[in-house]
Design a binder for this molecule. Structure first.
Ligand code: DNO
Length: 356
């Protein structure tokens, strides 16, 4: 079990606190200040690893090395950024990284309409209302997200990328889905052979939310698209971050079956496990991890991972903001720690039931 943590003073949660969560042994982290497309220097990675190790934790996963828009757009300049990506992989290998989470979402990463929506228990959560998101134009969307971020960076919403957002959106709106798949394949064909050489399992994160938005191409949204993705480059190093909350926002996604299929193929390297409370097929709130708080059957989900021999990394995902905590939306200490304990409890019970 690992926990996401942001270095350089960009996190309200400390490594010492994470070390005290029972059963958590490692960290998923990143260097959010390195501009997208540049090489992550070894001189930055070595101290990062040292800092985490000194707190008694392992650096297990890098989440994420984001992909330059020129690669996603398929521009001739992409080869320079691919070279940089591969150099970053080489540097990550030198500090012992075995799994890299990334995404191929156009322009921006995840989207929510409210980063602190109140629940009836007095906690707040991130929520998504499709009509509201559609009403905001994409540039206002970025302003709305930042104004609620409490001064922390938002993963995947790097300011440098946002400057070009309006132009990028125009570009992607005129790109066909086929062309976008081809750009993803070009990336995989360039990078996966190096990932194999360096022993780093690449784990793509699903699109969040998993449906089209603003006419942008969305690829990693459901079981068929994931099959297509895996067939683009057939290697275990071309794998998935299976995020139950992202995929689970769409009620058509049958999570336990999907988890079983891809885990049994050895293609799931990283699991983000959280619950989601749907209000329609396009509206949802995030919620506590427990099955009773949302629409996902967390027992069935964890059992699907366990039954199919999952041996990758798991982390609890976004939590509620509870007990007066002030933290990066989704990434406070308390509710994610509760989530970790719950998931470890399910895992232990499932394992022991099999032996009795
Ligand atoms: C949001 C996260 C995402 C995720 C990236 C992976 O909180 O789940 O930002 O890290 O999509 O590249």
């Amino acid at each position: 079990m690992i926990f996401r943590w942001f270095p350089g003073g960009d996190d309200s949660v400390t490594l010492e606190q994470i070390k005290q969560i029972p059963g958590v042994s490692g960290i998923a982290t990143c260097l959010p200040d390195i501009p997208v497309g540049e090489v992550w220097p070894l001189e930055r990675l070595v101290p990062l690893k040292k800092e985490i190790n000194q707190a008694g934790l392992e650096v297990e996963v890098i989440e994420s090395v984001n992909i330059h828009e020129d690669i996603k757009k398929g521009l001739p300049t992409r080869d320079r950024y691919l070279e940089n990506y591969i150099k970053t992989l080489a540097n990550l290998a030198q500090i012992g990284i075995k799994c890299l989470c990334y995404n191929f979402m156009p322009v921006v990463d995840w989207v929510r309409s409210d980063l602190a929506a109140p629940l009836s228990d007095g906690s707040t959560v991130m929520s998504y209302r499709h009509a509201q998101v559609l009403k905001l134009n994409p540039a206002k969307m970025a302003d709305a997200m930042f104004s609620q971020a409490r001064g922390y960076s938002l993963p995947g919403w790097e300011p440098q990328r946002l400057a070009a957002m309006a132009a990028d959106i125009d570009f992607y709106q005129s790109l066909t889905l086929e062309a976008y798949w081809a750009n993803l394949k070009y990336f995989l064909d360039a990078v996966i052979p190096h990932a194999e050489k360096y022993g780093i399992k690449m784990a793509i994160h699903p699109d969040d939310p998993p449906w089209p938005l603003y006419g942008l191409p969305k690829l990693i949204t459901d079981v068929d698209h994931i099959r297509t993705f895996l067939s683009l480059h057939d290697s275990v190093y071309n794998g998935l971050t299976l995020c139950t909350g992202s995929l689970g926002a769409n009620p058509d996604n049958e999570l336990p079956a999907l988890i079983r299929e891809f885990t049994a193929q050895g293609r799931v390297h990283f699991a983000h496990i959280r619950n989601v409370k749907r209000h329609s097929s396009r509206d949802f709130d995030e919620c506590a991890h427990l099955s009773s708080h949302g629409d996902l059957d967390m027992f069935a989900i964890v059992k699907a991972f366990h039954d199919s021999g999952f041996n990758g990394y798991i982390r609890p995902d976004h939590g509620r903001m509870i007990w007066g905590e002030k933290a990066r939306p989704g990434y406070g200490l308390y509710d994610r720690a509760l989530g970790a304990s719950y998931l470890l409890g399910l895992w232990e019970a499932i394992a022991k039931m099999k032996h009795n």
